[in-house]
Design a protein around this ligand. Structure first.
Ligand code: GTQ
Length: 361
């Protein structure tokens, strides 16, 4: 699998000492010999340093709640436990291009308004009744909702509850932080006000753009979808209907991607998102793709075999599938619903996305 490992070790050249001496002499001039690293720079196939990993929510939740006693959301600005790929310590990255973390907001707390070039998605994991405000419109969060904070949009989060109850709310943050770091293109600023002024009623963008219609006099297409909350009730209903009406895809089950209704493309310029249902008894075939992907389990227990390692997952767990790692999903005991995201739209824009659907089980 590892392309560098396939190469038989080259016999030491007769002039090895001369070469070493030469390398030492060119180093002070900031020069290096390509021929020593060409195979790693241009690998035969992806050789990611990322490893597959699973984060169990049952293990994380008590620790997350403990953090609420250590620091307020306001002091932390964003109180988040970063899900860091075990093979990329210190990188705050779950894949080479994607950041993920679990953010907690306690009843009555506020995460103050700021904005940054990094785009963010929120996938609600636990609890309901928190809100986020984006561009002057609030949306109330329910488990399974997929919410977007576009690049450079002001956003603050709070938790006032809904329907008379207020409870801790946890969501999975997905950001393109490593990509922005790679491009050295990040800017950020804090708002003057802690909580931004609400200028549009809740549900306004969904009414305008979320029903397969758009306002006739709207002709502004930006890089990010004008819908910023894709409610779970609606996406889940679509999957339930497909489950009744169609056979599942042998690799993916019933899988839909979220779209920007103005373009049909991904809702965010840098991150693609999907929701899939594996019907009870599903035993998927193996597939792989060059976009390392983060999965959040919404419903059900199932199994992900990733690069030969077996992970048993349950509701609210998160797992990561590295680039080009073979993946096989199964749902032996019950229906499973998975949300997932990756850098797919970037790879598609570059024309480099590859995927393979293998015939073996
Ligand atoms: O909510 O704005 O997990 O700026 C990391 C950076 C969340 C946020 C994160 C952020 C945010």
């Amino acid at each position: 699998m590892n392309p560098t490992a396939q190469k038989p070790a080259a016999p030491a050249p007769a002039n090895a000492a001369e070469r070493r001496d030469y390398y030492e002499r060119i180093r002070p001039l900031s020069l290096t010999p390509l021929w020593e690293s060409l195979h790693a720079l241009v690998p035969r196939e992806p050789a990611t340093p990322c490893v597959p990993a699973l984060w169990r929510y049952d293990e994380i939740r008590p620790l997350l709640m403990e953090s609420a006693a250590l620091i307020t959301a306001e002091e932390a600005v964003r109180r988040v436990l970063v899900l860091e790929n075990p093979a990329l310590p210190g990188s705050s990255s779950i894949t080479q291009s994607i950041y993920a973390g679990l953010q907690l907001i306690m009843p009555g707390e506020v995460a103050p308004s700021h904005r940054h070039v990094q785009s963010a998605l929120r996938f609600i994991v636990d609890g309901k009744g928190a809100y986020t405000t984006v561009g002057g419109e609030r949306t109330t969060m329910y488990p399974g909702d997929f919410i977007i904070t576009p690049s450079w949009a002001w956003h603050d989060h709070g938790n006032e509850g809904v329907g008379g109850t207020v409870e801790p709310v946890v969501w999975l943050d997905g950001l393109d932080i490593p990509m922005l770091r790679f491009f050295d293109a990040g800017f950020a600023e804090n708002d003057d006000a802690k909580v931004q002024h609400v200028v549009r009623p809740e549900g306004n963008s969904l009414a305008r753009f979320g029903h397969n219609m758009v306002p006739v006099r709207h002709d502004h297409v930006s890089a990010t979808s004008p819908i910023f909350n894709y409610p779970y009730v609606r996406s889940r209903e679509a999957l339930a209907l497909l489950q009744k009406q169609e056979a599942p895809d042998a690799w993916l089950g019933h899988k839909l991607r979220y779209i920007n209704p103005l373009t049909g493309g991904a809702p965010m310029p840098t991150i693609g998102t999907q929701l899939q249902l594996l019907p009870k008894g599903f035993a998927g075939k193996t597939h792989r793709a060059t976009d390392g992907t983060v999965y959040s389990v919404v419903e059900g227990r199932g199994i992900a075999e990733i690069a030969g390692r077996r992970f048993e997952f349950g509701p609210r767990d998160t797992f990561v599938v590295p680039s080009w790692a073979p993946l096989r999903l199964s749902a032996p005991g019950e229906d499973v619903v998975l949300f997932s995201f990756s850098d797919r739209p970037v790879q598609q824009a570059m024309g480099i996305l590859r995927e393979a659907f293998l015939d073996e089980a």
